[in-house]
Write a protein that binds this ligand. Structure first.
Ligand code: DSN
Length: 453
């Protein structure tokens, strides 16, 4: 009935089919995930939690066959409880966690719930500087959490693009943080979790927290280290990036899983229950049960053997793409990538800013985002860099040959941007851009979206 919105959704499907998504935090979900998101579960209020008993059982049918009553504040939960139990159990199985809270509406909500669970106002958190690849919710002064807590930023070493672990240690000893936080939005290395844990364990009462939103799917697929293997207490993530689920958040923890209706002692051992109570009623109201169902579907997909191949292919494609770009004179920060993500300094490469390159690539159906580089002299909306990655295009089945094509298209667009100098002059090169766009559309249509299959 709503033609305007219906037409816009159809147009977005065409845009997605005919272009290539290189934004490293995006992906294409399956039809099953879409169907769960669009289900009648959206009609249900389920404040509270299901029963956590028996969640370590296997297989799924045993987990779903729970005994009521649950710890909910509304009736009619016989199906929603089972959905949430399945989501929790599958998440724990994937990441080797003792507990999972599947209710956060987003990664930001997940991070804020952990802060609220463990910190008092004014407490200190050591997190990565946003300008060096950290995330807004890791202490950017424009956020609510930065008004409540005292965030101290650490950074990267310019020459290598890696974390400055010495600085991290010095700052930790000096500021005695209650949370030591790793995890990044624009970082191409695998963090040295062992070293971070060693630093954190020297600080009494310090919670080791990893925000692995970007690499959750790589961890699930066994191609990236899991922070829990190094003694981390909490992992937060979104569910829609490499993990390829619905848009949403997730908190995983290690410790004793208690009754969320009872306030536990504030110790690291009780962090699972402190977090449950911090999500609801601490920072959120009713969970989005249709999204939790879609998370459960995506978690089941991540537990299949094919997902390991998918994760391996993401990393392989990213390495090939970085090599090809490097050969075409793009300056990849850190000399390449160890994960799914590539950060390029466009000023250093071609003396053009990242925004101009982003806009030029938009014109041919390649989507990525302009991004700051460490100590960027340019402002965040028009920074020096671009950020791209391979999770979405790997979902569609692109491989080595296509990575080479993408790198060549990017070089062609960079050359046009150099000539145009400004976005408003890109039109002068409309014919060249159209020709490149036609090539991108042709290749894209050979690789259908998973939800079209
Ligand atoms: N906005 C996400 C990203 O693109 O990396 C992080 O939350």
């Amino acid at each position: 009935m709503d033609k305007e919105i219906f037409d816009l959704i159809k147009a977005e499907a065409v845009r997605q089919r005919e272009g290539l998504e290189l934004i490293p935090s995006e992906n294409y979900v399956t039809r099953d995930v879409l169907d769960a998101m669009g289900s009648v579960l959206t009609n249900k209020y389920s404040e509270g939690y299901p029963d956590f008993e028996g969640l370590t059982d296997w297989p799924d049918e045993k987990i779903a066959a729970e005994k009521l009553p649950s710890k909910r504040y509304y009736g009619g939960q016989e199906n929603t409880d089972r959905v949430e139990r399945l989501a929790i159990a599958r998440a724990c199985r994937i990441f080797h966690a003792d507990h999972a809270n599947v209710q956060p509406h987003s990664g930001a909500q997940a991070n804020n719930a952990v802060y609220n669970a463990w910190l008092e106002p004014g407490d200190t958190v050591l997190g990565m500087n946003l300008g060096h690849g950290g995330h807004l919710t890791h202490g950017s002064p424009v956020t609510l959490s930065a008004k409540i807590y005292n965030f101290i930023p650490y950074g990267t070493v310019k020459a290598t693009g890696d974390i400055d672990y010495e600085e991290m240690e010095e700052l930790a000893v000096k500021h005695q943080p209650k949370i030591l936080l790793v995890g990044y939005s624009a970082f191409m290395k695998v963090p040295d979790f062992a070293r971070v844990a060693e630093i954190g364990k020297k600080i009494p009462g310090c919670l080791l927290m990893a925000d692995m939103a970007h690499v959750a799917g790589l961890i699930a697929g066994g191609v990236h280290a899991n922070p829990f293997d190094f003694g981390f207490h909490v992992i937060t993530t979104t569910t829609h990036k490499t993990l390829r689920g619905p848009r949403g958040g997730l908190i995983l923890s290690r410790g004793t899983v208690g009754n969320p209706l009872r306030k536990p002692e504030k110790t690291l051992e009780h962090i699972p229950t402190l977090i449950d109570r911090s999500v609801f009623p601490g920072t959120q109201g009713g969970p989005l049960m249709h999204i939790i169902a879609a998370k459960a579907v995506a978690f089941r997909e991540a537990l299949q053997p094919e997902f390991r191949d998918y994760a391996t292919n993401i990393v392989n494609n990213a390495a090939i793409l970085a090599d090809e770009l490097d050969a075409l004179d793009f300056h990849c920060i850190g000399g390449g990538t160890e994960n799914h993500l590539i950060l390029i300094d466009m000023m250093k490469s071609f003396k053009i800013d990242g925004k101009l390159m982003e806009r030029g690539l938009d014109r041919i159906g390649l989507n990525l985002n302009a991004n700051s580089v460490a100590n960027d002299p340019l402002p965040p909306f028009r920074p020096s860099g671009i950020r791209l990655g391979t999770p979405a295009i790997t979902t569609r089945g692109l491989g080595r040959q296509e990575m080479k094509r993408i790198a060549k298209w990017m070089r062609a667009v960079a050359d046009i941007c150099v000539k145009a100098k400004k976005e408003e002059f890109l039109d002068k090169y409309g014919t060249e851009l159209e020709a490149l766009h036609a090539e991108v559309v042709k290749l894209s249509l050979r690789f259908p979206l998973p939800s079209d299959k």
